[in-house]
Design a protein around this ligand. Sequence first.
Ligand SMILES: Cc1cc2nc3c(=O)[nH]c(=O)nc-3n(C[C@H](O)[C@H](O)[C@H](O)COP(=O)(O)O)c2cc1C
Length: 359
Amino acid sequence: MAAASSRMVQLQSLTQFYTWARAPFIVSAPMRVLSGAHLAVAVSRAGGLGFIGPGADPKDTMTELDKARDLLDKDPLKTPTALDLLPVGVGFQTWNGNLDVASLAIEKHRPSAAWLFAPRHGQRELDDWTRGIRKVSPATRIWIQVGTLREAIDAAESSDSPDVLVIQGAEAGGHGRANDAIGLITLLPEIQDALRSKGIPLFAAGGIADGRGVTAALGLGAAGVVMGTRFLASTEARISKGYQDEILRAKDGASSTARTQLYNHLRGTFDWPEQFSPRTITNKSWEEHQEGVPFEKLKKRHDELLKKGDEAWGDQGRTATYAGANIGLIHEVKGAGLILDEVRREAGEIIRSLQFINQ
Ligand SMILES: Cc1cc2nc3c(=O)[nH]c(=O)nc-3n(C[C@H](O)[C@H](O)[C@H](O)COP(=O)(O)O)c2cc1C
């Protein structure tokens, strides 16, 4: 009961700040390049909180925030935002981000949230970013995504502790913990127990694609949920057709996705901190890698197929197709607003259907 009432207090303070948000609180993840201003604004407009992802270049954050402001100036949200902040969030991968460039964009636009993930140097690096962002925009709330109990405790005990912790389970698409990831069903409640005295709201990320996942996450102790892969199949995602078709085609995340650095390397990225690796839909590159085909050959085949556009995707394709273990739950491309409405409706039905318990 104590956990439930402390969550009520957290929810109240969250909704006082995120004035436009509706319950259950649903967030779209800051997926690198794929989550642009259009997706973020659509999610916030529908009563969630939309995050803009890191760009291919750190300067892209400014461009996307400019775009978000423009969209919101033309058609503002119905509810005024707290402290006149921009009602979207923005995400950074701190290991390859640029705090000076990020600070310029945050100072200019004052987003409602800044999300930090994937430090090379642990909490020390997250603290530097937290202080830097709070200096230029004190009201911007700091969200930190973690994937282990240790990371959660380090963040919560820091003197620069975040306003929200996103707890990322092993199911998550894109990068997450490489060797010590664990499913949300145990990770989230254990973190909740460990951080009870801190009062930091926890959001669940990883594998959530519909109202069933949302309800489960709330039951585990989450104040809200994050969905990434589900929004890859939204009309507002900045995604190629071949990639999006894969999100709809693939199923059975256990056999058709894997966590591996292989695709980072095929794309020419070798410097991700080793504690992280991405979950991706597997294809020919992975199959042949498992059979022992040398990397140089895989790279050559990958680069050749990449020239053929959408053919690079699919089970006969070779390119990176980052996605979560939940791909078997995603069957249709829809507008982000409709996704939110449907997920919220389904979650509401499940919650109501459970109310006979204890009567
Ligand atoms: C394609 C893709 C790209 C991602 N890029 C980022 C990123 O740049 N920064 C980040 O913090 N998280 C990133 N994530 C992870 C999300 O923050 C989140 O943990 C994940 O999407 C949740 O799992 P789900 O995809 O099963 O919903 C990415 C996820 C996906 C699927």
